[in-house]
Design a protein around this ligand. Structure first.
Ligand SMILES: Nc1nc2c(c(=O)[nH]1)N[C@H]1C(S)=C(S)[C@@H](COP(=O)(O)OP(=O)(O)OC[C@H]3O[C@@H](n4cnc5c(=O)[nH]c(N)nc54)[C@H](O)[C@@H]3O)O[C@H]1N2
Ligand SMILES: Nc1nc2c(c(=O)[nH]1)N[C@H]1C(S)=C(S)[C@@H](COP(=O)(O)OP(=O)(O)OC[C@H]3O[C@@H](n4cnc5c(=O)[nH]c(N)nc54)[C@H](O)[C@@H]3O)O[C@H]1N2
Ligand SMILES: [Mo]
Length: 768
């Protein structure tokens, strides 16, 4: 083939921008974006874009024959029948109409959580929500799997919602200039900073960490896993028992109180509720002093280490970082609250390089200071009805229609869902306790899923509508927190019969008589141009559309250097002129509002409560499972791709454990194990390392879920998805967030032949 037939286009993913070289319908090469100093290897997986694709609209056979509600227990087991687009869209439109007419729009659940793709126009959940609002509304979801507990507690403590808070975080450059000690609970994991919601032009965190270290900044990594903070930073490692950080934070405050070194003026002038918190910490409230000895019994960190850490924090300019993972646990709200209380006692909040941050390293942009750039987005439309659930309560909702739930002081009722519509997410990867979700998933009459790939969620649907990937369409992409905006350029024709989500919902909207309102008369290319023009209205320095499209990207650093940011600087300078939006105008270390809610599991000041599952009361389940974010993919995306698959062991997700823990179970690296508890089981391949504390195993999220055959292996994922094991417990009555990191397991060697998983196999498809 001659070179002339090769084409190069630029595409954007949540893990970076790449140049894609194609020849006809094949991808010949994927190269990182020229200006990216630290590109992510995840992008190379795109070479296999045709693998595991849904080729044609596919309908579950029993549902097709018997109509909605037929044999729901056969979801995930039945054959699919491929049908043409017209038939599929007729079926789905008729079913949407039946459900909204007979049961009302709240009977449609389209909360549809998920990351979908980076492009802002073809963002599948946005398209879905806009479509659903145009047909009368739907039951939505609130908050995120990432941060639910933090999102709900922060307004009570700081008077800030999540985005204003994250945008105000102290920026990396200020840390580089001023911070002498970084105490990182859950580390600052570089593996996670590969990602940014909406895309990354330049991965810069690695460079900044080096600059922090070069300056002589000391690092403490408080985490069960040493790798959460890079070796090049020479961190001190405190391998804490998972789920016990609150106890450590309280004991650090106790030391400062006992030694008289906490910042009296700060807690008096900038906080409310210090007395109540101090009474609890010193034990005058309940007779138990939350001192270093007490915390040592819980966290397994030596009392002398706790005391000396507390002293270093007040002697130096110190920054406390709390990873998002910490609040993805039972009582996760209180981890955030305790960290803020610790920072208040240290007294450096609002000073350059001092105080606290939440989630440095969790994504590429957290702390980059580039916040507040504006990006055009497609509007969801007006919400005709207001029915919602906290996002991680999906199984509860499906299993308990009509029952009450609490959320942030309110009492609400779970709707009776007849139809579930998902686009751009993978609940059969992301939700906790997948065996419970499978039971819950049998309740609705109909499940519709738009997906490019045959994921477990697609396999558990009644109707699967094949979507394109970003490689197959034009779009505009970027993150408001990133320096670049990209022209995502179509590299391939749609694979198989795939259609853009916009086209799919357009087809449904036409059938339901709202086509014009949904499309506003624009084709998708016209929409992309329209969104870009909105950007130009805000930023007259941006080039004309044609020029932008030709260049492939816009480097918005033309706007000049971003201002250095110091979190809560104004408030510190003058709390009267810049009060917080809390009831007291101060940082609330005790919240009368939360006291008023009267929740047993969410007391009104930071409190240690033993999580439901932890190594302190382990019993038979003697290992703590950390199911963190995977380094070789984004969640479940491209698990079928080369980067993710290269890290598997015998085709199974790899699980890391301490060599001593392996030894006592007669295990060696490379062995296949069964990981189990009362909720379920999964297989995994063993890797051993002393980078984990003993008693902890690490099995990252995202291996495509592949339940084994009935009757014996039905509740076992044969591929290694940790959500076969995690608990579907809410963080507390306040936020009802996911608590994935609160999970105990046992591990044993798999005996006999290893059953093969079918994660990447197509489901049975009947010829029409
Ligand atoms: N045990 C455990 N579980 C967890 C977590 C944990 O820490 N531990 N973390 C949680 C967190 S923080 C998150 S954010 C969630 C993530 O959960 P999800 O966001 O649901 O995970 P993804 O794998 O990103 O799923 C996105 C899906 O969208 C599809 N997709 C991509 N592009 C398109 C498109 O253009 N159109 C359509 N229709 N589909 C598209 C992809 O193929 C993929 O199946 O997982 C949560 N689950
Ligand atoms: N490569 C990659 N990067 C990602 C993602 C991905 O899928 N892949 N997902 C993105 C998303 S959606 C999100 S929300 C963020 C999530 O960002 P995080 O929530 O911070 O990510 P995790 O990897 O779950 O957790 C970080 C570390 O916390 C530690 N940890 C777990 N439990 C405890 C505990 O009880 N105490 C302490 N001290 N440490 C603990 C674990 O060792 C873990 O490696 O990551 C984003 N970045
Ligand atoms: Mo997330």
């Amino acid at each position: 083939m001659s070179d002339a037939k090769r084409n190069k286009t630029l595409t954007l993913t949540h893990w970076g921008a790449y140049e894609v070289e194609t020849e006809g319908q094949s991808i010949r090469a994927v190269r990182p974006f020229q200006d990216d100093p630290d590109p992510s290897p995840i992008g190379y997986s795109m070479v296999g874009v045709e693998r595991c694709r849904v080729r044609m609209p596919s309908v579950r056979e029993s549902w097709l024959k018997g109509g909605p509600g037929t044999a729901p227990a056969r979801r995930g087991k039945d054959r699919f029948v491929e049908v043409g687009w017209d038939r599929a869209l007729d079926l789905v439109a008729a079913e949407l109409d039946r459900v909204r007419t007979e049961f009302g729009n709240e009977a449609i659940y389209a909360g549809s959580y998920g990351w979908a793709s980076a492009g802002r126009f073809h963002h599948a959940p946005t398209q879905l929500h806009r479509f659903m609002n145009s047909i009368g509304g739907y039951t939505r979801s609130v908050n995120t799997y990432s941060l639910a507990a933090a999102e709900v507690i922060l307004p009570h403590v700081l008077g800030l919602g999540w985005w204003p808070f994250q945008n105000a975080l102290t920026s990396w450059d200020v840390i580089a200039e001023s911070t002498e000690l970084v105490v990182a609970f859950g580390g600052i994991p570089l593996k996670n900073s590969q990602i940014e919601h909406g895309g990354v032009g330049r991965h810069e965190l690695r460079g900044w960490l080096r600059r922090w270290a070069d300056r002589g900044t000391r690092f403490v990594n408080v985490s069960p896993i040493a790798d959460d903070l890079g070796d090049s930073l020479r961190p001190a490692w405190m391998p804490i028992r998972p789920g016990t950080d609150i106890a450590l934070m309280l004991a650090l405050i106790h030391t400062l109180i006992a030694e008289g070194s906490y910042d009296r003026a700060f807690v008096r002038d900038y906080c409310t509720g210090w007395e109540a918190l101090a009474a609890y910490i010193t034990g005058s409230e309940d007779g138990i002093a939350k001192d270093a000895e007490w915390a040592s019994g819980i966290t397994t960190i030596r009392p002398s280490e706790i005391r000396s850490l507390a002293r270093s924090m007040v002697e130096r300019r110190s920054m406390i970082n709390v990873s998002w993972s910490l609040q993805r646990s039972h009582h996760g709200e209180h981890v955030i609250w305790a960290a803020i209380a610790l920072a208040a006692a240290v007294g450096q909040i609002g000073l350059p390089g001092g105080g606290f941050g939440i989630g440095y390293g969790a994504m590429a942009s957290v702390g980059n200071g580039a916040a507040n750039s504006w990006l055009p987005f497609l509007h969801w439309g007006r919400r005709p009805i207001d029915s919602f659930i906290p996002v991680a309560r999906i199984s509860d909702m499906l299993i308990h229609p009509g029952e009450e739930f609490t959320y942030d002081g309110g009492i609400y009722t779970f709707p009776d869902i007849r139809l579930v519509y998902w686009a751009g997410g993978n609940p059969f990867h992301h939700h906790q306790d997948l065996n419970r979700l499978r039971t819950a998933w049998q309740r609705p009459d109909t499940v519709v899923v738009n997906e490019p790939f045959w994921t477990a969620t697609a396999k558990h649907a009644d109707v699967v509508l094949p979507s394109t990937t970003p490689l197959e369409r034009n779009d505009l992409g970027g993150a408001p927190t990133d320096s670049h905006v990209f022209a995502i350029q179509q590299a391939l024709a749609p694979v198989g019969g795939a259609r853009d989500d916009y086209e799919i919902f357009g087809g449904l909207a036409d059938r339901l008589g709202v086509g014009d309102g949904f499309s506003e008369g624009r084709t998708s290319d016209q929409w992309v141009r329209h969104l870009y023009e909105k950007l130009r209205q805000r930023e007259p320095g941006a080039p004309a559309f044609e020029e932008f499209w030709e260049a492939g990207f816009l480097d918005r650093r033309y706007a000049g250097d971003q201002p250095k940011r110091v979190l809560l600087e104004d408030f510190r300078e003058d709390p009267e002129r810049h009060p917080l939006s809390t009831p007291s105008g101060r940082i609330e270390l005790y919240s009368a509002t939360i006291a008023g809610f009267g929740y047993d599991d969410c007391p009104p000041h930071p409190t240690w409560m033993a999580p439901r599952e932890w190594l302190g009361e382990a019993g038979e389940l003697d290992l703590h499972l950390v199911s963190n974010q995977p380094r070789t993919r984004l969640h479940s995306q491209w698990d079928h791709g080369s980067t993710s698959r290269s890290a598997k062991i015998a085709g199974l997700e790899s699980m890391r454990m301490h060599p001593a823990d392996a030894d006592v179970r007669g295990l060696e690296a490379g062995d296949v194990v069964r990981v189990f508890n009362a909720r379920g089981a999964c297989l995994a391949g063993v890797a051993t390392t002393d980078r984990l504390r003993r008693g902890v195993v690490e099995l990252a999220t995202g291996a495509w879920y592949s339940p084994g055959p009935e009757p014996d292996l039905d509740s076992t994922c044969l591929h290694g998805n940790p959500n076969a094991l995690t608990s579907d417990l809410g963080t507390s009555s306040l936020a009802q967030g996911p608590a994935a990191h609160t999970c105990l397991v046992r591990v044993e060697k798999w005996q006999g032949a290893v059953p093969t998983h079918t994660a990447f196999a197509l489901p049975p498809i009947a010829a029409l």
